[in-house]
Ligand binder design. Structure first.
Ligand SMILES: Cc1cc2nc3c(=O)[nH]c(=O)nc-3n(C[C@H](O)[C@H](O)[C@H](O)COP(=O)(O)OP(=O)(O)OC[C@H]3O[C@@H](n4cnc5c(N)ncnc54)[C@H](O)[C@@H]3O)c2cc1C
Length: 458
């Protein structure tokens, strides 16, 4: 509960229109896209300039008020739930693309810019900003950097960290820190953009980024490959990578997810398939056509039936249907838990088998889709958090999914971050020494522990 004087100070910094503290106004900032219990903040603020950001941090530091930064709130790890109340700082008022430099191939953008808006701006300029989380129509660049968001094109083009050249952020005392810059090479001082990648709101409030853009691929080809056996689909993925072919995208959908998408929208996804691979190859036309022929042979050798998208419209429809996977599954049960355990690509078939066994063993419904070309599967558990007995089995399933991924040399999360939900598993992957190092880093930078406290258990 904030003191009246403190609320007045917030209002003085922001004006009353950009600051809310009535329970009915702040409740929608009590949760995000993950499934944990909601917790309301005491106050929500929406700064419109950097000076206000700095002053808010200063006030929170002085009064020991927890400060949770929020972009679009689409993260899937509970990262924006204000576990101890306090202040939620919205970045949506910082939403301008400040510079788009076609000569030097970078964009300077504020933290609240929507990912798809940057991608569109790049396209208008004949360029390409590849990171494309399925949430890109609403997610912010600040959230993408803080979670190191990936997307469908990660296989060939990498993830957000591969495009971050520079960052401006305010530290836990409200001081402006500038990291990186506009040059391709930059070796001055610590790699602060690297530090802020995956920082999940724990190390500073990021307000501005310099992001690399690249030339647009000249030509592309999309194909859908239909399988009667999902393990054969996974083996195809491993074989394509082992053959040194790098399509822009290889996505997988299992039978359950295909059905869910078919129920939600009109789609060409075939009804009876056990699995689908969606593949896009891009680049120089000659290379694309050559890679296409090689991929075709590999798919056939694993009993996949290939359908090629004949035009842009057909291609767009397929990718739009893929982006609907999570929302289609979400319609089926009250609680959806999306995991993103990730394994080396040769281990995708083993991970898929493990997920199937876990689902059967605990009698839990799991629809799996994801970025198979990156080894990044999204086993999506459909449940009802009011059913205690089922939730016990869900918890066991999640433990076993993580255990299986780590056993296969994988990681807890390929792109969704640790937040609150996966905090208990962190030590299992990194070890106590590394978690302790991260704690020292966090508390050295934020000695009062006001920035997103309790996340990652740091
Ligand atoms: C339907 C759906 C599909 C999705 N698909 C993908 C996908 O394909 N790939 C993928 O990677 N993710 C995906 N996500 C997850 C999510 O969209 C991403 O993690 C995204 O990057 C979050 O952006 P956001 O603006 O919503 O951030 P938020 O959820 O608001 O915040 C995420 C974290 O970043 C911190 N943060 C936000 N802004 C700042 C800032 N300016 N400074 C410091 N810290 C900050 C927050 O405190 C929080 O810890 C999906 C989510 C949904 C709901």
């Amino acid at each position: 509960m904030l003191k009246k004087n403190t609320i007045r100070e917030f209002r003085e910094i922001l004006g009353s229109n950009n600051c809310w503290n009535r329970p009915e106004d702040v409740i929608c900032y009590s949760y995000d896209a993950a499934y944990e219990e909601p917790v309301s903040p005491d106050i929500v603020v929406k700064p419109g300039n950097y000076n206000q950001v700095s002053k808010i941090i200063g006030l929170c530091a002085e009064e020991n008020i927890p400060l949770v930064i929020r972009g679009a709130g689409t993260n899937l790890s509970g990262g924006t739930v204000p576990l101890s109340g306090g202040c939620v700082l919205l970045t949506t008022g910082l939403n301008r693309i400040l510079e788009f430099n076609k000569e030097d191939l970078y964009a300077v953008v504020q933290a609240g810019v929507i990912t798809a808006e940057l991608a569109l701006e790049a396209e208008k300029n004949g360029l390409f900003y590849p990171p494309d989380p399925a949430s890109m129509k609403v997610s912010t660049i600040g959230g993408n950097v803080a979670e190191n968001a990936g997307g469908l094109r990660g296989l060939k083009y990498g993830v957000t960290k591969d495009y971050l050249m520079g960052v401006r952020f305010y530290d836990a005392e409200g001081n402006l820190i500038i990291g990186g810059g506009k040059t391709v090479k930059h070796a001055t001082g610590f790699n602060l953009p690297g530090l802020m990648i995956s920082s999940e709101g724990l190390l500073g409030v990021m307000v501005e980024f310099i992001l690399r853009v690249i030339p647009k691929p000249e030509y592309s080809k999309s194909l859908m490959v239909v399988y009667n056996d999902i393990i054969r689909a996974c083996e195809t993925v491993s074989e394509i990578i082992a053959s040194r072919i790098f399509p822009a995208t290889i996505e997988i959908l299992d039978n359950f997810t295909i059905k869910a998408v078919r129920e939600a929208i009109k789609t060409e996804f075939p009804a009876g398939a056990d699995a689908l691979l969606l593949i896009e190859i891009d680049g120089h036309p000659e290379v694309v056509n050559k890679d296409f022929d090689r991929i075709l042979k590999i798919c056939n050798s694993f009993n996949g039936t290939v359908r090629v998208a004949n035009n842009k419209d057909e291609r767009d429809k397929v990718w739009e249907a893929r982006r609907m996977a999570l929302s289609s599954l979400s319609r089926l049960r009250p609680t959806v838990i999306l995991e993103d355990a990730t394994v080396p690509r040769s281990k995708v078939p083993a991970m898929m088998k493990a997920i199937q066994e876990i689902s059967k063993k605990h009698d839990i419904t799991i629809g799996t889709f994801g970025h198979a070309g990156d080894g990044n599967l999204h086993p999506t558990i459909l449940t009802d958090k009011r059913d205690r007995d089922e939730m016990k089995r869900v918890k066991m399933s999640i433990d076993e999914i993580f255990h299986a991924a780590l056993k296969l040399d994988g990681t807890l999360t390929g792109e969704h971050g640790i937040g609150f939900l996966k905090a208990g598993y962190l030590e299992g992957e990194l070890g106590a020494g590394t978690v302790n190092f991260m704690k020292k880093l966090k508390h050295g930078i934020d000695s009062k522990n006001i920035l997103n406290p309790h996340k990652m258990n740091l």
